[in-house]
Design a binder for this molecule. Structure first.
Ligand code: FES
Ligand SMILES: [Fe+2]
Length: 377
């Protein structure tokens, strides 16, 4: 973000703090409980959101060299993200063009060609079919150049390989990221590496897990044994960038800034900044590192969550430091996720027809309005 925005965000939070108020929405909002439980609703979300919108599918450092690849599930489709000999990334279906066998079994690795385990059709890591046994005899009239691996649109920027789940769609990241590109450029995510990572399936709707991160009302209660005491009580702000959100969650140290030289103010030193990149990535920006939270829905009441701690490449060998930080984030977010699982468990009971979002939980209402917008354009 630019310097003016950084100072404006600090000024805004300092003013709210000194006025003993919060960043308030106009009204209380209600969100129907069946939005978190209905399988029909979930299928609708999967079709209109997850099978439509591009996502950050891999961090660039996961396929740093030519030949590197990772396996990914792109909105329910098996895929591999590869880097070819020229350094270009590709998003290819992990499905053989002969009879559809899974081509690549390993989760990650380094290979320049992939051979199908069924009848040995062999593909380059850029997707072209290179060889197939007895091809001329068995498949007369077919041209190998027509039956390379099916591919999805992909582009590499801001340290991520972005993939569209739709074969027929374009992928314009400036349009997709809707005003957030200066912020993402400034984060220098392309100069970072994954220092620690974990994946768990949580028994909660994907929206409950995202909602848990975009308000500070719960900090002093749910996180009282971890990060709660270091953050202001129920103080945060947010801005929308199209479907995306930038939330600022100030630490208690921010209030001392008014006694210091304004030129030295640094938002990141005194707040966590959370980018919610709709629909499935969040970037939790902390002082010296960033946590990439990837949220992939499995069903109406289950979500696969990956936490990846991204560290600056130049300090990547400070492994103990990054692991310590990863454990702090993982422990803190587990507090949120366990509460989210409890919300999910109670959701079908009929005790609540809807959940309530208070005026200081405005980001949750905005997030849910974005979801609605994709379902009923
Ligand atoms: S299914 Fe892959 S070679 Fe036959
Ligand atoms: Fe939390």
């Amino acid at each position: 973000m630019d310097r003016k925005t950084e100072l404006d965000l600090i000024d805004e939070l300092l003013a709210l703090k000194s006025a003993k108020t919060a960043f308030l929405d106009e009204d209380v909002r209600h969100n129907p409980m069946d939005h978190y439980t209905s399988p029909v609703r979930f299928e609708h979300e999967r079709e209109r959101i997850f099978r439509t919108l591009p996502v950050a599918a891999a961090h660039s450092s996961e396929i740093s060299g030519p030949g590197d690849f990772v396996r990914r599930d792109i909105a329910g489709s098996p895929a591999i993200i590869t880097r070819d000999k020229n350094g270009q990334p590709h998003a290819l279906f992990n499905v053989c063009r002969h009879r559809g066998a899974r081509l690549v079994q390993d989760e990650k690795g380094c290979k320049h060609r992939f051979t199908c385990p069924y009848h040995a059709w062999t593909y380059a890591n850029s997707g072209e079919l290179l060889a197939a046994p007895h091809f001329a005899q068995g498949f007369p009239g077919l041209d190998k150049s027509d039956i390379g691996l099916a591919r999805l649109p992909c582009a590499e920027r801001f340290g991520f390989v972005w993939v569209s789940p739709r074969q027929d769609a374009g992928l314009d990241l400036d349009v997709l990221l809707d005003g957030l590109t200066p912020d993402l450029e400034a984060l220098k995510l392309d100069d970072m590496v994954i220092a620690a990572q974990e994946t768990n399936v949580r028994q909660a709707n994907w929206k409950i897990l995202i909602e848990g991160g975009i308000e500070a009302y719960h900090f002093r209660v749910a996180h009282r044994h971890t990060i709660g005491p270091h953050f202001e009580d129920n103080l945060s702000s947010y801005r929308s960038f199209g479907p995306h959100l930038r939330s600022v969650l100030p630490r208690t140290s921010m209030s001392k800034l008014s006694e210091t030289n304004r030129e030295d103010w640094c938002l990141r030193d005194h707040a966590n900044i959370l980018y919610t990149l709709f629909p499935s990535s969040q970037l939790l920006v902390m002082q010296d590192h960033i946590v990439w939270i990837k949220t992939e829905p499995v069903s109406a009441d289950a979500t696969r969550v990956t936490l990846a701690t991204l560290a600056p490449r130049a300090q990547a060998d400070e492994t103990a430091h990054w692991h310590r930080n990863h454990v702090i984030t993982s422990t803190t977010l587990a507090e949120d996720f366990v509460i989210g699982e409890g919300i999910q468990a109670g959701a079908p009971s009929g005790a609540n027809r809807h959940v309530l979002f208070g005026r200081f939980e405005g980001a949750l209402g905005t997030f849910n309005r974005t979801v609605e917008g994709y379902l009923d354009p």
